[in-house]
Design a binder for this molecule. Structure first.
Ligand SMILES: Nc1ncnc2c1ncn2[C@@H]1O[C@H](COP(=O)(O)OP(=O)(O)OP(=O)(O)O)[C@@H](O)[C@H]1O
Ligand SMILES: [Mg+2]
Length: 277
Protein backbone atom coordinates (compact mmCIF):
# COMPACT_ATOMS: atom_id res chain seq x y z
CA UNK A 1 0.00 0.00 0.00
CA UNK A 2 1.37 3.40 -0.96
CA UNK A 3 2.71 5.81 1.62
CA UNK A 4 1.02 9.16 0.90
CA UNK A 5 2.90 12.36 1.63
CA UNK A 6 1.30 15.80 1.41
CA UNK A 7 3.63 18.78 1.07
CA UNK A 8 1.89 21.68 2.77
CA UNK A 9 2.34 25.19 4.11
CA UNK A 10 -0.28 27.89 3.77
CA UNK A 11 2.43 30.42 3.09
CA UNK A 12 3.28 31.01 -0.59
CA UNK A 13 6.70 30.58 -2.19
CA UNK A 14 8.33 28.48 0.54
CA UNK A 15 9.47 25.61 -1.69
CA UNK A 16 6.46 23.26 -1.57
CA UNK A 17 6.44 22.61 -5.29
CA UNK A 18 10.24 22.39 -5.53
CA UNK A 19 10.14 19.82 -2.74
CA UNK A 20 7.24 17.83 -4.24
CA UNK A 21 8.89 17.66 -7.67
CA UNK A 22 12.37 16.74 -6.43
CA UNK A 23 11.16 14.30 -3.79
CA UNK A 24 9.00 12.52 -6.38
CA UNK A 25 11.85 12.39 -8.93
CA UNK A 26 14.39 11.38 -6.28
CA UNK A 27 12.21 8.53 -5.03
CA UNK A 28 11.65 7.43 -8.65
CA UNK A 29 15.41 7.15 -9.24
CA UNK A 30 16.12 5.65 -5.84
CA UNK A 31 13.44 2.94 -6.16
CA UNK A 32 13.80 2.29 -9.90
CA UNK A 33 15.32 -1.17 -9.45
CA UNK A 34 12.54 -2.39 -7.14
CA UNK A 35 9.95 -4.77 -8.59
CA UNK A 36 6.55 -3.50 -9.82
CA UNK A 37 4.54 -1.31 -7.43
CA UNK A 38 7.53 -0.95 -5.04
CA UNK A 39 9.22 1.19 -7.71
CA UNK A 40 6.27 3.37 -8.71
CA UNK A 41 5.62 6.97 -7.59
CA UNK A 42 2.48 9.04 -8.21
CA UNK A 43 2.52 12.84 -8.13
CA UNK A 44 -0.77 14.66 -7.50
CA UNK A 45 -0.79 18.43 -8.02
CA UNK A 46 -3.67 19.97 -6.06
CA UNK A 47 -2.55 23.52 -6.90
CA UNK A 48 -4.55 24.95 -9.84
CA UNK A 49 -1.35 26.78 -10.88
CA UNK A 50 -0.06 23.35 -11.90
CA UNK A 51 3.63 24.16 -11.42
CA UNK A 52 4.53 20.70 -10.15
CA UNK A 53 3.03 19.16 -13.27
CA UNK A 54 5.05 21.56 -15.43
CA UNK A 55 8.24 20.02 -14.02
CA UNK A 56 7.11 16.40 -13.82
CA UNK A 57 5.01 16.05 -16.94
CA UNK A 58 5.99 18.92 -19.21
CA UNK A 59 4.15 18.67 -22.54
CA UNK A 60 1.78 16.05 -21.13
CA UNK A 61 0.61 18.00 -18.12
CA UNK A 62 -2.66 19.32 -19.55
CA UNK A 63 -5.79 17.32 -20.24
CA UNK A 64 -9.39 18.08 -21.15
CA UNK A 65 -11.44 18.70 -17.98
CA UNK A 66 -13.14 15.28 -18.06
CA UNK A 67 -9.74 13.51 -18.03
CA UNK A 68 -8.07 15.76 -15.47
CA UNK A 69 -7.72 15.85 -11.68
CA UNK A 70 -10.68 18.24 -11.46
CA UNK A 71 -13.03 15.53 -12.76
CA UNK A 72 -11.79 13.17 -10.02
CA UNK A 73 -12.76 15.81 -7.48
CA UNK A 74 -16.14 16.87 -8.82
CA UNK A 75 -17.72 14.14 -10.99
CA UNK A 76 -20.14 11.54 -9.62
CA UNK A 77 -19.00 8.89 -10.20
CA UNK A 78 -15.43 10.11 -10.86
CA UNK A 79 -13.54 8.79 -13.92
CA UNK A 80 -11.10 5.93 -13.35
CA UNK A 81 -7.69 7.22 -12.16
CA UNK A 82 -6.11 4.28 -13.92
CA UNK A 83 -7.44 5.54 -17.25
CA UNK A 84 -6.22 9.13 -16.94
CA UNK A 85 -2.75 8.53 -15.40
CA UNK A 86 0.32 9.46 -17.43
CA UNK A 87 4.01 8.90 -16.80
CA UNK A 88 6.92 11.32 -16.91
CA UNK A 89 9.27 11.40 -19.88
CA UNK A 90 12.39 11.14 -17.67
CA UNK A 91 11.28 8.35 -15.36
CA UNK A 92 9.00 5.56 -16.55
CA UNK A 93 8.13 4.72 -12.92
CA UNK A 94 7.00 8.29 -12.08
CA UNK A 95 3.31 8.88 -12.81
CA UNK A 96 1.07 11.92 -12.52
CA UNK A 97 -2.58 12.88 -12.89
CA UNK A 98 -2.83 15.54 -15.60
CA UNK A 99 -4.43 18.87 -14.75
CA UNK A 100 -6.53 21.59 -16.25
CA UNK A 101 -6.06 24.97 -14.70
CA UNK A 102 -9.49 26.48 -15.47
CA UNK A 103 -11.34 23.32 -14.49
CA UNK A 104 -9.32 23.12 -11.26
CA UNK A 105 -10.18 26.72 -10.33
CA UNK A 106 -13.85 25.91 -11.03
CA UNK A 107 -13.56 22.73 -8.96
CA UNK A 108 -12.24 24.65 -5.96
CA UNK A 109 -15.27 26.95 -6.24
CA UNK A 110 -17.95 24.26 -6.51
CA UNK A 111 -16.48 21.78 -4.04
CA UNK A 112 -17.94 23.43 -0.93
CA UNK A 113 -21.41 22.77 -2.37
CA UNK A 114 -20.77 19.07 -3.10
CA UNK A 115 -21.43 16.14 -0.83
CA UNK A 116 -18.42 14.52 0.90
CA UNK A 117 -16.37 17.45 -0.33
CA UNK A 118 -13.40 16.77 1.99
CA UNK A 119 -12.79 13.17 1.00
CA UNK A 120 -13.14 13.22 -2.76
CA UNK A 121 -9.42 12.89 -3.54
CA UNK A 122 -9.01 10.16 -0.96
CA UNK A 123 -11.86 8.16 -2.46
CA UNK A 124 -10.72 8.75 -6.05
CA UNK A 125 -7.14 7.52 -5.56
CA UNK A 126 -8.00 4.62 -3.21
CA UNK A 127 -8.33 2.07 -6.06
CA UNK A 128 -4.74 2.68 -7.25
CA UNK A 129 -2.90 2.95 -3.91
CA UNK A 130 -1.77 -0.67 -4.09
CA UNK A 131 0.04 0.07 -7.36
CA UNK A 132 2.42 2.66 -5.90
CA UNK A 133 5.16 2.87 -3.29
CA UNK A 134 4.61 6.61 -2.72
CA UNK A 135 2.00 9.20 -3.58
CA UNK A 136 3.35 12.77 -3.32
CA UNK A 137 0.73 15.53 -3.14
CA UNK A 138 1.59 19.19 -3.78
CA UNK A 139 -0.86 21.76 -2.41
CA UNK A 140 -1.81 25.40 -3.01
CA UNK A 141 -0.78 28.16 -0.56
CA UNK A 142 -4.37 28.67 0.58
CA UNK A 143 -6.65 27.04 3.10
CA UNK A 144 -9.67 25.47 1.47
CA UNK A 145 -11.09 22.29 0.04
CA UNK A 146 -8.07 21.52 -2.17
CA UNK A 147 -5.69 21.47 0.79
CA UNK A 148 -8.18 19.64 3.00
CA UNK A 149 -8.70 16.96 0.34
CA UNK A 150 -4.92 16.47 0.20
CA UNK A 151 -4.72 16.07 3.98
CA UNK A 152 -7.68 13.67 4.17
CA UNK A 153 -5.97 11.54 1.49
CA UNK A 154 -2.60 11.45 3.27
CA UNK A 155 -0.76 9.39 5.85
CA UNK A 156 2.15 11.84 6.24
CA UNK A 157 2.65 15.61 6.01
CA UNK A 158 5.96 17.24 5.09
CA UNK A 159 6.13 20.95 5.90
CA UNK A 160 8.67 23.12 4.06
CA UNK A 161 9.47 26.19 6.16
CA UNK A 162 11.23 29.19 4.71
CA UNK A 163 14.31 29.90 6.84
CA UNK A 164 13.18 33.37 8.00
CA UNK A 165 11.58 34.75 11.15
CA UNK A 166 8.20 34.99 9.44
CA UNK A 167 8.54 31.47 8.07
CA UNK A 168 9.03 29.97 11.51
CA UNK A 169 6.16 31.82 13.13
CA UNK A 170 3.42 31.28 10.56
CA UNK A 171 2.37 27.65 10.92
CA UNK A 172 -0.51 27.82 13.38
CA UNK A 173 -3.33 27.72 10.84
CA UNK A 174 -1.87 24.66 9.11
CA UNK A 175 -1.43 22.85 12.41
CA UNK A 176 -5.05 23.64 13.32
CA UNK A 177 -6.24 22.25 10.02
CA UNK A 178 -4.17 19.07 10.45
CA UNK A 179 -5.62 18.66 13.96
CA UNK A 180 -9.15 18.93 12.60
CA UNK A 181 -8.46 16.43 9.83
CA UNK A 182 -7.08 14.06 12.48
CA UNK A 183 -10.18 14.50 14.60
CA UNK A 184 -12.74 14.02 11.85
CA UNK A 185 -11.04 11.80 9.26
CA UNK A 186 -7.55 10.42 9.83
CA UNK A 187 -6.32 10.12 13.42
CA UNK A 188 -3.13 8.46 12.20
CA UNK A 189 -1.71 11.36 10.14
CA UNK A 190 1.96 11.86 11.00
CA UNK A 191 4.08 14.96 10.56
CA UNK A 192 7.05 13.55 8.68
CA UNK A 193 9.08 16.64 9.43
CA UNK A 194 9.71 20.35 9.03
CA UNK A 195 12.05 21.06 6.14
CA UNK A 196 13.96 24.36 6.35
CA UNK A 197 14.10 25.75 2.81
CA UNK A 198 15.67 28.71 1.00
CA UNK A 199 18.35 28.62 3.66
CA UNK A 200 20.94 31.36 3.17
CA UNK A 201 24.26 30.88 4.97
CA UNK A 202 25.30 34.42 4.13
CA UNK A 203 22.64 35.85 6.43
CA UNK A 204 23.63 36.20 10.04
CA UNK A 205 20.25 35.22 11.50
CA UNK A 206 20.07 31.86 9.68
CA UNK A 207 21.65 29.81 12.47
CA UNK A 208 19.38 31.41 15.05
CA UNK A 209 16.29 30.62 12.99
CA UNK A 210 17.36 26.97 12.57
CA UNK A 211 17.86 26.72 16.33
CA UNK A 212 14.43 28.25 16.95
CA UNK A 213 12.87 25.63 14.65
CA UNK A 214 14.67 22.84 16.56
CA UNK A 215 13.37 24.28 19.81
CA UNK A 216 9.77 24.39 18.57
CA UNK A 217 9.79 20.98 16.87
CA UNK A 218 12.42 18.89 18.64
CA UNK A 219 13.43 15.81 16.68
CA UNK A 220 11.25 16.80 13.70
CA UNK A 221 13.48 19.24 11.82
CA UNK A 222 15.01 17.79 8.66
CA UNK A 223 18.42 18.78 7.26
CA UNK A 224 17.98 22.15 5.49
CA UNK A 225 17.79 22.89 1.78
CA UNK A 226 19.98 25.85 0.89
CA UNK A 227 19.30 28.49 -1.71
CA UNK A 228 20.60 27.21 -5.00
CA UNK A 229 20.40 28.53 -8.52
CA UNK A 230 20.30 24.89 -9.72
CA UNK A 231 16.86 24.50 -8.13
CA UNK A 232 15.56 27.71 -9.66
CA UNK A 233 17.00 26.87 -13.10
CA UNK A 234 15.72 23.28 -13.00
CA UNK A 235 12.27 24.71 -12.22
CA UNK A 236 12.37 27.17 -15.11
CA UNK A 237 13.65 24.39 -17.41
CA UNK A 238 10.53 22.37 -16.49
CA UNK A 239 12.43 19.59 -14.85
CA UNK A 240 13.77 18.30 -11.54
CA UNK A 241 17.25 18.98 -10.21
CA UNK A 242 18.43 15.36 -10.63
CA UNK A 243 17.77 15.57 -14.37
CA UNK A 244 19.11 19.12 -14.57
CA UNK A 245 22.37 18.35 -12.72
CA UNK A 246 22.96 14.60 -13.13
CA UNK A 247 26.09 12.82 -11.93
CA UNK A 248 28.70 12.25 -14.67
CA UNK A 249 27.86 8.58 -14.74
CA UNK A 250 24.81 7.57 -12.81
CA UNK A 251 25.17 4.34 -10.89
CA UNK A 252 21.84 2.61 -10.24
CA UNK A 253 19.99 4.43 -7.42
CA UNK A 254 22.54 7.27 -7.34
CA UNK A 255 21.01 10.72 -6.90
CA UNK A 256 23.71 13.14 -5.83
CA UNK A 257 26.03 14.92 -8.26
CA UNK A 258 28.50 17.75 -7.68
CA UNK A 259 25.48 20.07 -7.25
CA UNK A 260 24.73 20.74 -3.61
CA UNK A 261 20.98 20.86 -4.30
CA UNK A 262 21.06 17.25 -5.55
CA UNK A 263 22.94 16.21 -2.40
CA UNK A 264 20.45 17.93 -0.13
CA UNK A 265 17.36 16.57 -1.86
CA UNK A 266 19.03 13.12 -1.95
CA UNK A 267 19.34 13.41 1.81
CA UNK A 268 15.63 14.25 2.05
CA UNK A 269 14.81 11.15 -0.03
CA UNK A 270 16.76 8.98 2.43
CA UNK A 271 15.08 10.68 5.41
CA UNK A 272 11.66 10.05 3.87
CA UNK A 273 12.47 6.39 3.21
CA UNK A 274 13.70 6.01 6.78
CA UNK A 275 10.79 7.95 8.30
CA UNK A 276 8.04 6.00 6.54
CA UNK A 277 9.32 2.42 6.82
N1 LIG B 1 16.26 26.17 -2.36
C1 LIG B 1 15.93 27.03 -3.34
N2 LIG B 1 16.90 27.79 -3.91
C2 LIG B 1 16.59 28.68 -4.89
N3 LIG B 1 15.37 28.86 -5.37
C3 LIG B 1 14.36 28.13 -4.85
C4 LIG B 1 14.60 27.17 -3.82
N4 LIG B 1 13.40 26.59 -3.50
C5 LIG B 1 12.49 27.17 -4.30
N5 LIG B 1 13.04 28.08 -5.10
C6 LIG B 1 12.37 28.97 -6.07
O1 LIG B 1 11.49 29.81 -5.33
C7 LIG B 1 10.24 29.94 -5.99
C8 LIG B 1 9.12 29.42 -5.09
O2 LIG B 1 9.35 28.03 -4.88
P1 LIG B 1 8.16 26.99 -4.99
O3 LIG B 1 7.35 27.22 -6.22
O4 LIG B 1 8.72 25.63 -4.81
O5 LIG B 1 7.33 27.41 -3.71
P2 LIG B 1 5.82 27.06 -3.35
O6 LIG B 1 5.75 26.99 -1.86
O7 LIG B 1 5.36 25.87 -4.09
O8 LIG B 1 5.06 28.33 -3.88
P3 LIG B 1 3.44 28.51 -4.03
O9 LIG B 1 2.95 28.70 -2.64
O10 LIG B 1 3.26 29.71 -4.89
O11 LIG B 1 2.93 27.25 -4.63
C9 LIG B 1 10.38 29.19 -7.31
O12 LIG B 1 10.74 30.10 -8.31
C10 LIG B 1 11.51 28.20 -7.05
O13 LIG B 1 12.24 27.91 -8.23
MG1 LIG C 1 3.70 25.57 -5.29
Amino acid sequence: MAVTITIANEKGGVGKTTTAVNLAAGLAIRLSSQPGPASRILLVDMDPQGHALLATGYGQHNAPPAESLSALLTETPPPSVQRILRHSVQYPNLFFIPGNRTAMVDASRVMPTLMANESRLSRAIAPVLSQFAFVIIDTPPTMGDLLINALVATSHVLIPVETSYLGVSGLRELQNTIEQVRMHFRPEIKILGYLPTLCDEQRSETQEILEELQKRYPGSVLPPIHKSTDLAYAHSSHTDVFTYRPPRQRQPNQLASSSRATQEYAQLVEAVLAGTR
